[in-house]
Design a protein around this ligand. Structure first.
Ligand SMILES: *Cc1c(COP(=O)(O)O)cnc(C)c1O
Length: 383
């Protein structure tokens, strides 16, 4: 069937370019490769061995919940495998509205809009809220897609020191000459597990005519969140266990995003399976707060056993420093049957390579105790 092929010259040019870029990554020990991993709930297999994973964002175990899967299958049977078009054309099947109503109810906002993913929500919503005359004031540890959305918007970008409301205020004052000013932060930070001072940040925004926007990717379903921000985005791919992103806020904002967020307008709607299963997952989150509490209790048990500070979410970082020792620690835990990913720059700042433990409702007490024992032993051996 293939009739035309790239010339050898063109192919060699592309290859040479990629090889050179990869060599630079390798020199900095930053080259990453995919590792085929089959997981279902807490059971994970990789390289032929069974591992207990502490690296998933599936905090409530909903990705493998039978009712969630069944609801997805029912939706696929009703509406097919794919959306068929963008939401504004024919892709707006009724499941979208149902998911949006549940999100708005959970967050206590007037309305919500589902996006293809959390990444797409941020790179669409931020440029719809701010343009060249405006200023964005970001926590320095904000997720890559917040920075990407900020750059796409063309707005002036300021960053403030992590979780430092005083420093944010300084930047807000510096940004005074700009039109709309928006402070953006995460509710729970993805690589540190700590929580933003939302009440302080929001009060500051209100008294300076600015807005607060939050990214609740790692908060939904896990931490009870008192969130006063008028614009709240998040994802259905973490505690909700499925896929998709969202923005919650006032009705008029949602109507504006339908018109102006490019990553909403110019992309296909979510597949029915995803919407059906996400809808069920949101029902479970609303009905059963004990699931999130169990994930938190598991994180707390681990921190007590390893002498780490009291966790503020289900994410516990163990900061090692350089990339190499972080990788060795991860490898030694894998030999003990645990999957704990080492997180390295550029995902985290230089010199803060770490193990990131993510605790879930499905983890067993005995496994957490053995994990803590192995971590303590490995750290003692390395000291
Ligand atoms: C994971 C994540 C996203 C992206 O969400 P996806 O649905 O996976 O695209 C956005 N923000 C934060 C803070 C995240 O951790």
């Amino acid at each position: 069937m293939i009739k035309s092929k790239p010339s050898e010259n063109a192919r060699d040019g592309v290859t040479a370019y990629a090889v050179k870029k990869l060599a630079a990554l390798e020199a900095g020990e930053l080259r990453r490769v995919l590792k085929p991993t089959a997981r279902r709930g807490a059971e994970t297999s990789r390289n032929g061995s069974q591992l207990i994973s502490f690296s998933d964002n599936d905090y409530l175990g909903l990705s493998a919940h039978p009712e969630v899967i069944e609801a997805g299958i029912a939706a696929a049977n009703d509406y097919g495998a794919g959306a068929g078009a963008s939401r504004l054309v024919t892709g707006d099947n009724p499941l979208n509205k149902a998911v949006e109503a549940k999100l708005a109810a959970l967050k206590g906002t007037e309305a919500a809009l589902v996006f293809g993913s959390g990444y797409l929500a941020n790179i669409g919503a931020i440029p719809a809220l701010a343009g060249r005359e405006d200023a964005l004031i970001l926590d320095e540890l904000s997720h890559s897609c917040i920075h990407a959305g900020a750059r796409l918007s063309g707005a002036k970008i300021y960053t403030f020191q992590h979780n430092d409301a005083d420093h944010a205020l300084l930047k807000l004052r510096e940004a005074a000459p700009f039109g709309q000013r928006i402070v953006i932060t995460e509710t729970v930070f993805s690589m540190d597990g700590d929580r933003a001072p939302l009440l302080d940040l929001n009060a500051m925004c209100e008294s300076h005519g600015a807005w607060l926007m939050t990214d609740d990717a790692h908060g939904l379903g896990v931490v009870p969140m008192d969130n006063p921000a008028p614009v709240q985005m998040g994802t259905l791919s973490k505690a909700a266990g499925v896929y998709g992103g969202y923005v919650c806020g006032p009705r008029a904002l949602i109507d504006l995003l339908v018109n102006r967020a490019r990553s909403f307008v110019y992309t296909t709607g979510l597949p029915p399976f995803v919407l059906g299963s996400a809808s069920k997952a949101l029902d479970i989150i609303a009905a059963d707060p004990a699931l999130g509490a169990r994930a938190m209790a598991n994180a707390r048990l681990f921190c007590t056993l390893t002498g780490l500070p009291e966790p503020q979410s289900a994410i516990v970082p163990l900061i090692v420093g350089d990339a190499r020792p972080a990788l060795s620690l991860s490898e030694s835990l894998e030999r003990e049957g645990f999957l704990v990913t080492a997180i390295r720059p550029p995902t985290v700042p230089e010199g803060t390579a770490r193990l990131r433990f993510a605790f879930a409702a499905l983890h067993q007490d005995a496994d957490i105790r053995r994990l803590a024992h192995c971590v303590n032993a490995a750290l003692a051996a390395a000291a």
